[in-house]
Write a protein that binds this ligand. Structure first.
Ligand code: SAM
Length: 296
């Protein structure tokens, strides 16, 4: 959805942009190319993404600034005096992360890691091999696993220690045969998603980012968020709807109801989704949902 991102960010009109999820730098580069005066501040918690982008974006080095941190840290203390015309968050994993044998893919045979930030403490191996059954069950449910969660937890406990993503995936498959009979979805998909969400505190990160965004946005700035699954999208839409109603403003709760004003509007009432052509080019994009918000 690169073209839509550029259009919704109004990147051709020129300005200062924040890309919260640099990844393979495709969006950052497209923003830089959209107008030769554009400046992009780009964040990624994965040092590999930052290192690759230094080379990939070397021709733009006067106009792009890279930050190796979590996007929950994007606030007015790291961007002192900077306000953005457009802010982008393309949530989830990059194609590079999926291919780097870091435990994200069902067939990875290396250490069961799943950390986007290689410096963070908690790994998927900690969760799978050390957490009590109740905690494990809670993580799976929060991350979207259905009624098969109990069977998966039992199978994990029985097969500990589990050393790789491939091993975990095989254990899940055998434990969930009756739940996935005749279904297309890989039986490991939701469990992997749930563990990854917990390892990387993904919901906490999005909430904190959305809390900070209003103080980083110029008047009429656009925020574009691309979610990879409906659980994320739910958090994003409910927060953006609360922005529309002014509910985010703690002070406004102390004033009369008729004085409470929203801070902008959700431009996309329905989520934008990729075209068939895009899905064919990049199958992983099939479940993407894009939302756009414009600040007052
Ligand atoms: C879907 S990819 C972005 C792809 C990118 N838009 C492109 O054009 O290639 C998401 C990237 O965001 C990073 N990321 C995810 N959550 C993050 C967070 N909380 N803080 C910083 N970076 C994060 C991941 O490491 C990954 O590289």
């Amino acid at each position: 959805m690169k073209e839509e991102v550029i259009n919704y960010l109004k990147a051709k009109e020129g300005g200062v942009f924040l890309d919260c999820t640099l990844g393979g730098a495709g969006h950052t580069k497209a923003i830089l190319d959209a107008n030769k005066n554009n400046i992009v501040y780009a964040i990624d918690r994965d040092i590999n993404a930052i290192e690759r982008a230094k080379d990939f974006l070397k021709d733009y080095k006067d106009r792009v600034f890279l930050y190796n941190t979590e996007f929950s840290n994007a606030n007015s203390s790291i961007f002192i005096g900077i306000e953005f015309d457009g802010i982008l968050a393309d949530l989830g994993l990059s194609q590079d992360e999926l291919k780097e044998n870091r435990g994200f893919s069902f067939n990875d045979e290396s250490f069961l890691d799943m950390r986007m930030n290689q410096e963070s403490v908690l790994t998927a191996s900690n969760i799978v091999n050390e957490f009590e059954s109740k905690e494990l069950y809670k993580i799976l449910k929060i991350g979207g696993v259905g009624k098969e969660a109990g069977s998966i937890v039992n199978a994990i406990l029985k097969n500990r220690p589990i050393n790789s993503a491939k091993e975990l995936s095989q254990i899940i498959k055998s434990a969930t045969l009756k739940f996935y009979k005749g279904k297309k979805l890989n039986p490991s998909a939701l469990t992997f998603q749930a563990i990854r969400i917990a390892v990387n505190n993904e919901f906490g990160e999005i909430k904190k980012l959305l809390e900070n965004v209003p103080s980083l946005a110029k008047p009429q700035a656009r925020l574009v968020v691309i979610c990879f699954h409906s659980l994320e999208d739910k958090i994003v839409t409910s927060t953006l709807r609360s922005f529309e109603k002014g509910e985010n403003d703690k002070i406004s709760l102390m004033v009369a109801k008729e004085e409470v004003k929203g801070i902008g509007k959700l431009i996309t009432k329905k989520a934008l989704v990729p075209t068939q052509e895009e899905i064919q080019e990049n199958f992983a994009s099939r479940s993407s949902l894009m939302r756009v918000f414009e600040f007052n």
